[in-house]
Write a protein that binds this ligand. Sequence first.
Ligand SMILES: Nc1nc2c(c(=O)[nH]1)N[C@H]1C(S)=C(S)[C@@H](COP(=O)(O)OP(=O)(O)OC[C@H]3O[C@@H](n4cnc5c(=O)[nH]c(N)nc54)[C@H](O)[C@@H]3O)O[C@H]1N2
Ligand SMILES: Nc1nc2c(c(=O)[nH]1)N[C@H]1C(S)=C(S)[C@@H](COP(=O)(O)OP(=O)(O)OC[C@H]3O[C@@H](n4cnc5c(=O)[nH]c(N)nc54)[C@H](O)[C@@H]3O)O[C@H]1N2
Ligand code: SF4
Ligand SMILES: [Mo]
Length: 724
Amino acid sequence: MLRLEFPPYIHPPSVPHSRKTPLCLGRIPVPDRQSTATHCPYCALQCGTHLRHSDGVTTVQPSDFPTNQGGLCTKGWTAPSLLDTASRLRSPLVRGPDGELAPSDWDTALDVVSDRIARIRDEHGPDAVGVFGGGGLTNEKAYLLGKFARVALGTSQIDYNGRFCMSSAAVAGTAAFGVDRGLPFPVTDLGQAETILLAGANPAETMPPLMRHLSRAKLIVIDPRRTRTAESAALHLQPVPGTDLALALGLLHLTVTEGLLDKDYLAERTTGFEDAWERALSWWPERVERVTGVPVAEQREAVHMLGAAERAYVLTGRGAEQHSKGTDTVAAFIDLALALGLPGREGSGYGCLTGQSNGQGGRELGQKADQLPGYRSITDPEARARIAEVWGVAPEALPGPGRSAYELFDALGTAGGPRALLVFDSNPAVSAPRSDRVTERLASLDLLVVADFVPSETAQLADVVLPVTQWAEEEGTMTNLEGRVLRRRRLLSPPPEVRSDLDILHGLAVRLGEPGHRFPTEPREVFAELRRATMGGKADYSGITYDRLDAGEALHWPCPLLPESRAPHPGTPRLFLDRFAHPDGRARFAAVDHRAPAETTDDAYPLYATTGRVLAQYQTGAQTRRVPELNEAVPEPFVEIHPDTAERAGLRHDDRAAVISARGRTVARVRLDGSLRTDTVFLPFHFPGDGRANLITNTVLDPQSKMPEFKVCAVRIEPISEPA
Ligand SMILES: Nc1nc2c(c(=O)[nH]1)N[C@H]1C(S)=C(S)[C@@H](COP(=O)(O)OP(=O)(O)OC[C@H]3O[C@@H](n4cnc5c(=O)[nH]c(N)nc54)[C@H](O)[C@@H]3O)O[C@H]1N2
Ligand SMILES: Nc1nc2c(c(=O)[nH]1)N[C@H]1C(S)=C(S)[C@@H](COP(=O)(O)OP(=O)(O)OC[C@H]3O[C@@H](n4cnc5c(=O)[nH]c(N)nc54)[C@H](O)[C@@H]3O)O[C@H]1N2
Ligand code: SF4
Ligand SMILES: [Mo]
């Protein structure tokens, strides 16, 4: 496991990190102002920062924003250095007849894209062009991307990387509460809790400053690994990967049998307990221990810690969610929280820790295959009519739901599948399951267009690469893990030949025959339209303005626009205090049952592999592998393995090993860890090429959320000899 020299979120690194004057460019970056208040570009905690520029150097300092309270992790501290990374894309690239990507001008690049799109569309219809977005896009970009796909391209084939992220929690949360917002309460509420259950989340590495809010509570951590988060827990339950559903059902069972059920809450605020209980009834503690490996005494301790607390939370992360039964697993944890009477009570609740910078906003503004802005369903006639009106098109002209992320990648270049794909803010050649197959599908396309600021592994496969602005060079809004809308502010002007994603969408839309005003390039203008589009939806942003945000108001959606005679709506930091969002105002228990992972171990593949993150690298590493300090901390793929398991496989610490599943093989450096389960190995997914964890992961999808089973598959591990 990763150990850094200094605590991850207290001290600044000894060397100041800076955006240095780029010698290669011979250009001193032009600051638009000396300093600005903004937020870190990486994760959903959206730590507040002060960015400053002087003497050609950009530096970052944490601000006293509620989510980070003056802390930053190493990624936040080093974020400015990516602005001028040597590999920054600085002009459009078009693949020439020689098969090489070569610099081009914007008109040529955009003409090539629009001409080929038009041709493909004429020949094969609008669904032959696909779009893939990301949870790192600002709200404005995510909104305009969805509109671009449905209006300018007329395609149903749009989805985004959030499908691989919180989609299971989103489905389960919507079913239980009628609306899904990652945390339906401010992060700071966690600071008053007595007990917090963290199911499959490792915030000590994935959101270090969040740990400040968890430090007063007794933590119960459910994780097959003894992570840094688990080390700080009062109780660590260490299940076999893929068995959380049985564990959650067992905890519900014990809540009832140990007399901890909140019957008044059940009667007043919920429906469906009986059906849920019918399933949980057969998950008695000894059976749960047999399936999950979690001792009965620990199960009992967990429910008593939760039941005894006046204020308690149940939180899920990707460890519980990224499974072929992720939706049911989250539903079972929500059932547990409901049985204890937590959701919708001040000082208690259930929440999912969203992941990417704008994972929340990205999930509700219309880049998901089945959604329109405002968290509206694309199959709901009323929602279609409303959005069509805002967009100035006929409702019938809006396409229906498209394929989910993996289904979309899998169909690329096949009969009936898209023949062109535009990627904004994702690197699926590394992040998608069976990334070898996905890479092959991407390569088979007639046209692959990637907008990025670095040559990601996916960009390297593209026919056209479009260089975009980075966070410190653009304005916009983001919605953090607590549904709070924040301002991203510009400090620097971008390199000369770099454009914003909004500019690109405008340029393409106009070339495809759209009136230019339909695709504004000014974030403020897009936001004004987005407010109208979300008005009356579940995620209502209509009462939020840049001016209110700039005045420092903390606005959590829903924040509807009120008549001028009334004071503006204050936003909704806490959802569900009076009622849940279903018509009857009640939360719904889900009747779910455990099932095994799609793939279980056998003689050929005797170990479980699970995947996840380390502090120093972000996602596919496209960004953080280019930050020297971060890459030096964790420079290469590794596999965590128990010493006994390693010995049986003939492996020692630091050996290179092949980890092999039924789908493929990945190569990683052995790291011995005596605290790991002996039946489980762990790999981070941050690395490209032969070291991609996604060469082995399982593409089986959750039937409801279409989430792939990133967190469990069966493998064997073998030594490989070092290349000479
Ligand atoms: N440093 C860093 N921070 C990040 C990111 C990053 O890439 N790097 N990414 C951001 C994003 S997009 C996201 S989504 C979040 C993710 O944040 P987390 O959910 O905290 O991250 P993961 O490491 O994917 O998974 C959490 C834990 O789940 C455990 N786990 C694996 N399998 C199982 C299982 O079957 N059951 C249970 N209970 N646990 C299991 C893993 O051991 C791991 O410790 O992090 C965000 N922050
Ligand atoms: N095995 C395994 N696989 C996983 C996971 C796992 O736990 N295990 N986790 C999944 C999860 S939770 C996630 S969120 C995904 C993440 O998967 P990806 O989204 O593919 O990962 P990133 O590295 O964040 O890729 C984002 C790319 O967009 C670029 N970019 C950043 N901001 C912008 C922008 O504003 N505009 C444009 N045009 N480009 C931008 C970055 O430089 C980078 O190249 O991976 C998933 N894959
Ligand atoms: S915790 Fe997340 S938002 Fe905060 S500094 Fe680290 S990466 Fe940035
Ligand atoms: Mo994520």
